[in-house]
Design a protein around this ligand. Sequence first.
Ligand code: ATP
Length: 305
Amino acid sequence: MMQIFIPLNFLGFVYREVKGSLANIEKMFDILDVKPAIADQQEAAHLAITEGAITFDDVHFGYSPDREILKGVSFSIAPKQKVAIVGASGAGKSTLFKLLFRFYDVTGGRILIDGQDIREVSQDSLRRAIGVVPQDTVLFNQSILENVRYGRVDARDDEVMAAIRHAQLHRFIEQLPEGVNTMVGERGLKLSGGEKQRVAIARALLKHPPIMVFDEATSSLDSHSEQGILEALQEISREQTTLVIAHRLSTVVDADMILVMEQGTIVEQGSHRELVAANGHYSALWRMQQSERNVESVAAQAAAQ
Ligand code: ATP
């Protein structure tokens, strides 16, 4: 019974991951509407990951020929770096992720992973190498333990538990009546946005891909959840090359590199300190977010009184 249950369940998961989490990349990503006809080259090679270095080399792209969205994007990410991508809505941040997954092919330039053009490797090997933490995670009507195990269905319980700890979920779980066996999802316990994102992080840690893309939730998190996510993200980015579409100052500040996008181009790149000193786009964004934060904290203090 179990043997039948797992594969069927897993197939359901794969379907929902494509419809769900990849679709989340695509709420993130909208892939279901625009399923692109990307085919592997004949005898496409298997992507050989040595370190997890990523290069965008003069990348051009448009969803339609009459509107170019990425207009010559170049950057290099060293292995195991944590890179934050910031910029206004519509700047092209999610489009970078979609191209990295090869949901679409670039119209000019190239994307390399460890020196290999991603058009020349099989899509299967490419997508296996990349883990996704979407903004909004699909949870199944199962226990937390099983929900996390979807990251790698053959993982042992102790491996799942280790991922749960690294994703900073254990303190939350300790408070639940049935611990990791508590049912979650539609008919179970409803998790907050921050808790759901930590389940996604635990799944990703269990999968342990060399490259991780993280679409940080825009929804407001309480400071406890934010801290938990931050610690979990630090855990991921210690061992893996990590790209984050970042909305929070706390994520941006400690990134090895920040890419600032505006209307399809990278207008600035550097560390937080370098970019603040440059007094350009990023520093303006930073000042704006900081003043928003100040307003929020004054409002929170007023509400608490
Ligand atoms: P946000 O922060 O709002 O998610 P973003 O910086 O991630 O924005 P993208 O989602 O990459 O921006 O979108 C860049 C541009 O491409 C936008 O003008 C958007 O309307 C357009 N675009 C995105 N997806 C598609 C699509 N599937 N078909 C056509 N145009 C698209």
